[in-house]
Design a protein around this ligand. Structure first.
Ligand code: PLP
Length: 439
């Protein structure tokens, strides 16, 4: 069970034989516990330098309390960007001091709560810094406080995930006229600003671009500390964003490669003068997750082969609506959950949603899929369980962690499947008569 691919195959087989998926439960998310732990350990090992490091997992990538708890056991904290994500981190038992609040739209109430708890806060803008000024004056806080800058080093291949463009909505734009001087002064006037934060982007941003953003942030920290004649900026928060290889089982780039690149791009970052905060999401979990779904029908239309499965836009919204940008590998398994290998043919893999574009793969060469078979959407451990799409009122599937060893595969629930009663309730079931009463 040493390779992730072996564990994956064993987990699919066991999910079918143990009824984690079946006719009445045609879709489930599966998470490889060992894979998640190994990724967390690889991250810590790569960045284990002389200075203290906080690795805050970006909760939006997997807002699942048991996952946050498992990562916390590995020594990771949480990066949160909403009251909901903060509540999840707290429910997982993550200490406030290991939690970082980022968001471009924090309310005063959220900021006040974070400061009362001792959660680290990165202000996103000058305007938000003014709110922090008032809060810091009104009550003492243990929260490490910082400011997010936009290093404006440019975007990657996915516009929607590029946060360091000239006009990004995030952070204080570092290269705008007068911004650098303003930033140095802002720190000089506020001895309590002790962190500096940048998150250059996510998937689609090459590591070199991320490293350029980190370097710009590091240089600003040096300039601030020189200007104040001390070590006011004590930690640099380098964000996350390491891209994931969705094309094969190979983990590339690795945390080690990225840490080496950072050490070469920003010499001094790791020499022990600065504490480090990281906020990785996708690269920690993508490879450890899959969506497993039954093939309900296999049909043809106009010469096109279509496997109609239970995994579509409701679980893979980005892949369905932007397939060029978010392609996924699809693995084929038979009705017993054994890998299928025979007769590869081009096929479309469709989901259950009622619109023609609900396809997770088109013209994909796969062993011929038949009714009762299974498909697994690979590398879906990050973001795919956080971006459920309520189209057609398809319920959120259950998510299960698995441990595969030579003795067998054991599952543990991570998130229960949404029930139809819950679905009705969140769709206004309690208000069935209220519209009619409005006359
Ligand atoms: C989304 C986000 C992250 C995580 O990005 P990944 O690409 O998942 O590593 C980290 N920090 C901030 C501020 C983010 O918005």
């Amino acid at each position: 069970m040493d390779s992730a691919a072996h564990r994956r195959d064993a987990a699919v087989r066991a999910a079918v034989t143990q009824g984690v998926v079946g006719p009445g439960r045609p879709i489930a998310g599966l998470l490889d516990v060992r894979g998640m732990r190994e990724a967390a350990r690889a991250l810590k090992a790569a960045f284990g330098g002389p200075a203290p490091a906080l690795h805050a997992f970006a909760v939006k990538a997997a807002p699942l309390v048991p996952v946050l708890r498992l990562l916390a056991e590995e020594g990771l904290g949480c990066e949160v960007a909403s009251p909901g994500e903060l509540a999840l981190a707290r429910a997982a038992g993550v200490a406030p001091g290991d939690t970082v609040l980022d968001s471009p739209a924090k309310t005063t109430a959220e900021l006040r709560e974070a400061l009362a708890l001792g959660v680290a806060v990165n202000a996103d803008s000058r305007e938000e810094l003014a709110r922090l000024d008032a809060l810091v004056r009104s009550a003492p806080t243990a929260s490490p406080l910082g400011l997010r800058v936009n290093p404006q080093v440019g975007g990657g291949t996915i516009d929607a995930l590029s946060t360091a463009t000239a006009t990004s909505k995030f952070g204080v734009a570092l290269l705008d006229e007068g911004a650098r001087d303003w930033l140095v002064r802002a720190y000089a006037e506020r001895p309590w600003l002790t962190r500096l934060h940048a998150h250059t982007g996510s998937q689609g941003c090459p590591p070199e671009l991320l490293a350029a953003g980190v370097r710009a942030t590091y240089e600003l920290a040096e300039e601030i500390n020189e200007a104040v004649g001390g070590r006011q900026v004590r930690a640099i928060d380098i964000g996350g964003g390491l891209p994931v290889n969705f094309a094969s089982d190979e983990v590339t780039p690795t945390y080690r490669e990225y840490a080496d690149l950072l050490a070469a791009t920003a010499p001094g970052l790791f020499d022990g003068r600065y504490g480090l905060v990281t906020e990785f999401g996708r690269s920690l979990l993508a490879k450890s997750g899959m969506v497993l779904a039954r093939v309900e029908y296999a049909k043809t239309a106009g010469g096109r082969r279509i496997a109609v499965t239970h995994a579509g836009a409701q679980v893979a919204v980005r892949t369905v609506f932007a397939p060029e940008v978010w392609p996924l590998r699809v693995a084929a398994y038979d009705a017993q959950g054994r890998p299928k290998t025979a007769d590869p043919l081009p096929q479309d893999v469709a989901g259950p949603c009622c619109f023609a574009g609900d396809l997770v793969a088109t013209g994909r060469t796969l062993p011929l899929l038949e009714a009762g078979d299974h498909v697994a959407l690979l590398d879906t451990g990050a973001y795919y369980f956080s971006s459920h799409y309520a189209y057609n009122s398809l319920p959120r599937p259950g998510v299960y962690g698995f441990a595969a060893d030579p003795q067998g595969v054991r599952f543990a629930p991570v998130r229960a499947p949404q029930t139809l009663d819950e679905l009705v309730a969140e769709s206004g079931g309690a208000h069935a008569a209220d519209l009619s009463a409005l006359r």
